[in-house]
Design a protein around this ligand. Sequence first.
Ligand code: PMP
Length: 369
Amino acid sequence: MSDVTIDDLPVRDELRGKSPYGAPQLDVPVRLNTNENPYPLPEALVERITERVREAARHLNRYPDRDAVELRTRLAEYLTRTAGHPVGVERVWAANGSNEVIQQLLQTFGGPGRTAIGFEPSYSMHALIARATNTGWIPGPRDEDFTIDLAAAERAIAEHRPDVVFITTPNNPTGTAVPRETVLALYEAAQAARPSMVVVDEAYVEFSHGDSLLPLLEGRPHLVVSRTMSKAFGAAGLRLGYLAADPAVVDAVQLVRLPYHLSAVTQATALAALEHTDTLLGYVEQLKAERDRLVAELRGAGYQVTESDANFVQFGRFEDAHAVWRRILDRGVLVRDNGVPGWLRVTAGTPAENDAFLDAVRELKKERY
Ligand code: PMP
């Protein structure tokens, strides 16, 4: 054993005393804490992945396609089909999860001496990746009901003139959708202030009541829409995220991507998954119905719930949210404490998992939590 700690190492000053991203990975019967899709991949897809990976394995002596052209073409087709708007391969870029997409964007458009803003509470990795890329982070405002107050957000953009603006819709952890007009107004505000890049994080868009903002890309070269196969596609373990933007943005992120960043195995697996898009997305309607059931039953049980357009629900309010998180865990159900005072978040799971969660929180209500 070594008794050297991080503090003994010459790590960068801005990383000193900080903690890594850490959603608990606990072995409990019901895990509803990281917004995954609860359904395993269908057997036919497992077979197809195996075939494609076996084929890829024959060529592992060679580096993979550095530009992942076939994969990006299939992703572009998926976007074109679902957004009802033509998206060409030259507008699509892929990486290891949308976290890596965001990292590449901040490496390209953020960095030392530059800043990024997000409207908090929101996805905590935006701020953490900003820190890791030495980009200054500006916590932007949100209203009491977790919507974005346009006037306040515009003021923050005008005041700070950030280089990158993050808009997460539906937002994590609150589930709140951002109206299209708000995104358009914030884009204009960001252009007037600097101009800055506006990154719309649509990780949960397939669960939304509204449409994707992809059609807004036309004529807006500073707009980026970021997506993932981790949620609606049910492939969090695959690590595949992607973006759609002006072709110039795709050229720009290639300045920072590591060569061959998407392994041949990842590309083969993602291509197999994209052959089964309809089956994978078949769970989306069911998960949306389960989300709506969670909202209704939580309200029925006397909890407050934030309107959700995602596959999760924020519920409260608690004097001590962490104590309630612990009590739910004691009943075998893992939900998420995102550190939003008074609130917890639960991911829509299978009907049986959601029942276990609802039983647990109803019991707590009896104990006056
Ligand atoms: N954006 C948002 C809003 C998220 O909630 C997440 C995952 N929790 C991600 C991006 C990153 O997902 P991934 O890296 O798995 O694509």
